[in-house]
Unconditional design. Structure first.
Length: 495
């Protein structure tokens, strides 16, 4: 096992079928971006240089958006009070009109006590000497004053609580619900968010896994990998789908859940990326494995000769065991490097006996000189080879989809498994398939569950009529199918 060049240092307390929709067109209007980060804190551990590097990643990505931004402003470590934050938002987005889009990215520690409700969720504004809480209600109040569309990207622990997602007990209050808001969060309300660092003191590199994956999916560095249909327009739904597949450390959250009409990023199809990542095109044969079947096969493309490592991190006792990570050098050549080209590899996980199920994270890492970079990651779900599974389904009681509300479906399961989630009408007919054999994730929900969200649309993209519906969850272990259904819930009309 090679030397561990990559260290996970701190938690930043910081699948569904495509709908038949006409491809969107880039909206008119100006775009502005405000990027805010904090690395030095009073009440939490410092995270330098993660937030600072996150801002650079996002700024570099937005600069290459084909539509152009009239303003991209980065504020690292200078916003420590609510008044300073409000003034920064007001100044950056001054002059915004209803046809404009304002993007706000925040990288910091997130804090949240579920027993006190979602209104208690907060992001820390800090310069290392002064520190204040930015709670969801205040953030929405400040952004409500900005005309036009608002894109909110939160890179922090528990950030999903700001949109009421990824919570064990559901949301008592939901913010940023409406057509003018588009939101991406790096973790569920009950989850931590993580960053990586590498290098020696004085030359430290690093950023959050979320920001790195987001920049890879949108920009030239990752060859615009989030663009699933290769049309030069990357929608919010495509971005979220890419994050779900390629961002393994936490569970990304999005609002609206199925927005394939809002374009987050555009690029020129005729222009070739000049600085691609060292490794792109990572694909896996399967990310759901059975205990006792330890091999995982995948392929990828290397763009230049490099030292390539594989790191496997296991999820135990409710958290990722980074300190016990296994790391292996690919070592295709005698000098330890790997040559450019398309590669196919098979690795073995330490799953051991047939009852040794759980989750693992596989990272591809390159090292050049003293600098290491995370090139990609995948979450691996190792389910039991046989045995019984206890399933349960809970949903919110009702929602009004036309008002932007969504139904939360908690698919409870006592072991890792591949989940199929269906929405049925009152006659038991399939209305919408939210996920098909989707690997469960360690979402830190209690009891163990995965959260899915339905926006009220059918498989054909039409609004489902008002009435009663149920959520059905299915999994298959050892050749046996297990099934559970929720109590009926209601879709309501707008009054």
């Amino acid at each position: 096992m090679g030397k561990k060049w990559l260290c996970m240092l701190l938690a930043l307390c910081l699948f569904a079928p495509a709908l038949a929709q006409e491809r969107p067109k880039p909206p008119k209007g100006q775009r502005r971006a405000l990027l805010i980060g904090a690395d030095y804190f009073v009440s939490q551990p410092d995270t330098w240089p993660a937030a600072e590097n996150n801002l650079q990643l996002l700024a570099d990505t937005l600069l290459h958006d084909q539509r152009g931004y009239s303003l991209i402003r980065s504020l690292a470590g200078t916003i420590a009070t609510l008044d300073e934050f409000e003034a920064a938002v007001r100044d950056a987005f001054s002059g915004a009109r209803p046809e404009d889009t304002s993007l706000l990215y925040i990288s910091t520690h997130g804090v949240f006590d579920e027993t006190m409700g979602t209104a208690n969720a907060a992001l820390l504004l800090s310069d290392g000497e002064t520190e204040e809480r930015l709670e969801a209600e205040n953030l929405q109040r400040i952004l409500d004053a900005v005309p036009g569309k608002k894109v909110l990207i939160l890179d922090a622990c528990n950030s999903g609580a700001f949109i009421g997602k990824g919570l064990s007990g559901g949301a008592d209050r939901v913010f940023f619900c409406g057509r003018e808001y588009k939101v991406l969060c790096s973790a569920g309300g009950s989850e931590a968010s993580w960053y990586w660092q590498s290098g020696n003191e004085g030359s430290v590199k690093g950023a959050s896994y979320f920001a790195t994956t987001l920049a890879d999916g949108l920009g030239e560095r990752g060859d615009h990998a989030a663009d699933q249909n290769h049309d030069g327009l990357i929608t919010l739904k495509e971005t979220y789908s890419y994050l779900c597949d390629n961002y393994a450390a936490s569970t990304p959250q999005v609002y609206p859940q199925e927005d394939d009409g809002f374009i987050l990023y555009t690029y020129d199809l005729a222009k070739n990326a000049t600085l691609p990542k060292i490794v792109t095109g990572i694909t896996f044969e399967d990310t759901v494995l059975n205990a006792g079947e330890s091999q995982v096969s995948f392929s990828f493309t290397v763009h230049r000769q490099t030292e390539l490592y594989y790191q496997i991190v296991y999820h135990q006792e409710g958290k990722w065991q980074f300190a016990q990570a296994q790391q292996f050098l690919d070592g295709e050549q005698l000098d330890g490097t790997t040559l450019p080209g398309r590669k196919q590899r098979t690795l073995s996980l330490d799953t051991g006996a047939e009852d040794a199920y759980g989750y693992a994270m596989l990272l591809l890492i390159t090292k050049e000189g003293e600098e290491t970079q995370v090139q990609g990651s995948r979450l691996l779900c190792v389910q039991p080879a046989k045995g019984e599974v206890t399933l349960g389904v809970k949903t919110t009681a009702a929602c009004i989809p036309m008002n932007g509300q969504e139904i939360c479906i908690l698919a409870q399961h006592d072991v890792p498994c591949a989940l199929t989630v269906n929405i049925l009408d009152s006659e038991g007919k399939l209305v919408r398939r939210l996920a098909y054999a989707a690997p469960s994730r360690p979402q830190q929900l209690s009891p163990s569950a995965n959260a899915f969200y339905w926006d009220g649309r059918t498989n054909s993209g039409e609004w489902a009529p008002p009435g009663q519906y149920t959520a059905q969850v299915r999994t298959r272990i050892g050749g046996k199918t297990f099934l559970a259904a929720s109590e009926p819930f209601e879709l309501l009309e707008t009054h």
